[in-house]
Design a protein around this ligand. Structure first.
Ligand code: NAP
Length: 258
């Protein structure tokens, strides 16, 4: 039986999970691609390549040269450039494409969320009076907060941010989820946090901070997701596996017909 060559664009829990499922399945020959932004990424269950492709044209060439038969975009909901390139490159190479997009978090009746469009709007939403801010937006998007130096920041990211990008009154915690609600409450209390800033990443690994903010009655500045290009989309790795099984079936049927 011929194996379906699959490229997973990763950097998320869903990508790692899908790689784990495909690794033990002899219908598939899968590889994972990472941008290389995390210093010590989690070990993957399938062969992994690291680094950009060189835009949509570079990815198109990669798909063609490596005879990739299915592309699964399992990048983060905020990785809009890569997701756009994936749609363009898959169409140009004639490769079936699927995106895994985890559902966004939804505010409940006890949540005090302020939705904003981007990081500049998030920094502005903190206001001019000094506040103690828990900032969990990733280390590459701190510039708007450096321009709001009146606040005291507790910044959490997987790798520590470069110190020259930090606002003056900042404490950094390098940590990778999943996080538990009890630990988030302890952090909020210890640092007397008054407001949380987060991207609407969705998923369970980092949702405990929202529950903790709700429990303490703390407002949340919620950065909404960037727009995505139109594409076939599923919500999780299970559904992506179903889609790949169908692609494998299609490929086997086509081979029988020729
Ligand atoms: P981005 O702005 O959409 O992508 C920037 C560039 O990074 C892309 O044009 C591409 O370079 C390269 N790239 C991104 N993902 C790649 C992948 N899986 N394999 C190879 N190259 C990749 O994305 P980003 O926000 O910088 O995110 C980078 C990575 O971190 C993604 O894999 C994403 O899943 C992960 N991540 C992002 C966030 C977030 O909040 N943005 C959070 C958690 C994890 P070329 O144009 O040269 O191909």
């Amino acid at each position: 039986m011929s194996r379906l060559k699959v490229l997973i664009l990763g950097g998320t829990t869903e990508a790692t999970e899908l790689a784990r499922r495909l690794a033990g399945d002899d219908r598939f020959d899968a590889q994972l691609s990472l941008a290389g932004v995390t210093r010590a990424p989690r070990a993957a269950a399938v062969p992994t390549r690291i680094g950009g492709f060189g835009g949509a044209e570079g990815l198109r060439r990669y798909l063609t040269d490596n005879r990739i038969a299915a592309l699964v975009d399992a990048t983060h909901p905020f990785a809009a450039v890569m997701s756009g390139n994936a749609v363009t490159a898959a169409a140009a190479a004639g490769v079936p494409h699927l995106a895994i997009v985890r559902p966004p978090w939804q505010a409940g009746p006890d949540d005090r969320w302020r939705p904003v469009a981007d990081m500049a709007a998030a920094a502005a939403a903190l206001g001019s009076a000094p506040r103690r801010v828990f900032l969990t937006v990733g280390r590459k998007e701190l510039a708007p907060f450096a321009a709001a130096p009146q606040h005291r920041y507790l910044i959490r990211s997987v790798d520590p941010p470069p110190s020259d990008l930090l606002p003056p009154d900042t404490e950094v915690i390098a940590a990778r989820g999943p996080f538990a609600e009890g630990d988030e409450l302890e952090l909020i209390d210890r640092h007397a946090i008054e407001v949380l800033v987060t991207k609407n990443s969705g998923g369970s690994a980092t949702a405990a901070k929202l529950a903790a903010a709700r429990t303490r009655g703390i407002p949340v500045v919620m950065v909404e997701r960037p727009p995505r290009p139109a594409a076939d989309t599923v919500a999780d790795a299970d559904a992506a596996l179903d889609w790949l099984v169908a692609r494998h079936h299609d490929a086997a049927s086509t081979r029988r017909e020729v």
